[in-house]
Design a protein around this ligand. Structure first.
Ligand code: ATP
Ligand code: ATP
Ligand code: MG
Ligand code: MG
Length: 285
C-alpha cells in the first residue's frame, strides 16, 4: 500500500508491550462514587443491588477476555488478573487497559436496569490502572490487601451507619465515637448496642466478590456431568491457604475447576442464568 507523506507520525507511537512472565493485574475504580451512590440513593452502608451491577459488569469482562483467571470486586472497584503467559493483544498495555475499562463501563450501564429500580441519572465512569506482579506471593498479597481493605471499611461503615441511622447520632458524632477504636471494639459495639454478630452479615459485604471461571454442575449426584462453563461469583476468604488449595487452577496450569451448585441463592442463580441465556443466543447466531 502506498504511504502518504503523513505516515511518519505513526513512528511517534510508543511500544508499551508488557514484559513476559508476570501477573498482569488491572484494577478499575468508579470516579466519585461517593456522589454517584448518593445521587442514586444507594442503601448505606451496602447497596446489595449496586454490588450486583458491579458483579454483572465484572462477569461480562471475564466472558469477553478469556485469559482473565480471576476477578475480585468490592465497593466501586474491580481487579482482573490475566494469566501470566497471556498473549492477548500482544500484551500491549494500553490495549489491555482501555478494553477492560471500557468493557466494564459499558457493561455496567447495560446491566444497571436489570438490578436497580431507579434509572441511571448520569453516565458513570471508571479509572483503570495496570500493576505487574512477578511472583505468586506478590499476587496473593495484592488480593489479600484488597480483601483486608473490605474488612476494615465494612466493619467501620457498618458501625458508623448503625450509630447514625439507629442511634440518631450525627455523622460527626458517629465519627468521634469510632475514632481510635480497634476492630474488637467495633465488633463489641455492634453486638452490645445493636445485637449484631458481625460474622453473620452477608459474606458479599464482608469478603467482596471473587469471580472464577468454572464448569458449573447443577446436579451433584451425577459424576459424569461435565457442566457448562460460566463465571461464578463466590464470597470466600482468599487470604488463607485453603482458598488456593481448593482453586488450584488459578496459579497452576489453567484448567477451569468444577463448581457444584447445591443450593442456588437468588443472586448466583440470576448471574448464572443470564450467562447461559447469552451463550444460547450466541450459539443461535
Ligand atoms: P474516587 O473518584 O477518588 O474513587 P470515590 O467517591 O469513588 O472517589 P472511593 O474510595 O472509590 O471514593 O469509594 C467509593 C464510595 O462509593 C464508597 O465510599 C461508598 O460511599 C460508595 N459506594 C460504592 N459502592 C457502594 C454500594 N454498593 N453501596 C453503598 N455505597 C457504595
Ligand atoms: P482493531 O481492533 O485492531 O481496531 P478494527 O476492525 O476496529 O480492528 P480499525 O482499523 O479500527 O479496525 O478500522 C475500523 C473499521 O470499522 C473500518 O475499517 C470499517 O470497516 C469499520 N467502520 C467503522 N466505522 C464505520 C462506519 N461509520 N461505517 C462503516 N464502516 C465503519
Ligand atoms: Mg471510586
Ligand atoms: Mg473505590
Amino acid at each position: 500500500m502506498a504511504c502518504s507523506r503523513y505516515e511518519y507520525v505513526k513512528s511517534y507511537e510508543q511500544d508499551d508491550k508488557i514484559l513476559p512472565n508476570v501477573w498482569i493485574v488491572i484494577r478499575i475504580d468508579g470516579k466519585k462514587f461517593h456522589k454517584f451512590a448518593n445521587a442514586h440513593k444507594f442503601e448505606k452502608p451496602n447497596d446489595e443491588n449496586a454490588l450486583n451491577v458491579m458483579n454483572a459488569a465484572g462477569i461480562a469482562v471475564m466472558e469477553e477476555f478469556r485469559d482473565i483467571v480471576l476477578g475480585y470486586g468490592q465497593s466501586d472497584e474491580y481487579s482482573f488478573v490475566f494469566r501470566k503467559d497471556t498473549s492477548a493483544f500482544k500484551r500491549r498495555a494500553a490495549k489491555l487497559l482501555s478494553y477492560v475499562t471500557s468493557m466494564f463501563t459499558s457493561s455496567y450501564v447495560l446491566s444497571w436496569s436489570q438490578w436497580m429500580q431507579r434509572p441511571l441519572s448520569y453516565a458513570p465512569c471508571f479509572d483503570g490502572r495496570i500493576v505487574l506482579y512477578p511472583s505468586d506471593e506478590n499476587l496473593r498479597d495484592y488480593l489479600s490487601w484488597r480483601q483486608a481493605d473490605v474488612h476494615v471499611n465494612n466493619l467501620y461503615n457498618t458501625a458508623f451507619w448503625k450509630l447514625v441511622l439507629e442511634s440518631g447520632l450525627t455523622n460527626q458524632q458517629a465519627e468521634e465515637r469510632l475514632r481510635g477504636t480497634f476492630s474488637s471494639d467495633k465488633n463489641e459495639l455492634l453486638f452490645q448496642e445493636f445485637g449484631i454478630n458481625y460474622n453473620t452479615l452477608p459474606a458479599m459485604y464482608r469478603k467482596g466478590t471473587i469471580l472464577l471461571r468454572k464448569r458449573v454442575v447443577l446436579d451433584s449426584q451425577d459424576e459424569q456431568e461435565k457442566g457448562r462453563q460460566a463465571i461464578v461469583p463466590i464470597h470466600e476468604d482468599l487470604i488463607g491457604n485453603e482458598f488456593w488449595k481448593q482453586h488450584t487452577e488459578i496459579l497452576g496450569k489453567y484448567v477451569p475447576g468444577k463448581h457444584v451448585v447445591n443450593s442456588l441463592n437468588k443472586h448466583l442463580e440470576r448471574q448464572l442464568a443470564k450467562q447461559l441465556e447469552k451463550q444460547a443466543t450466541i450459539a443461535e447466531i
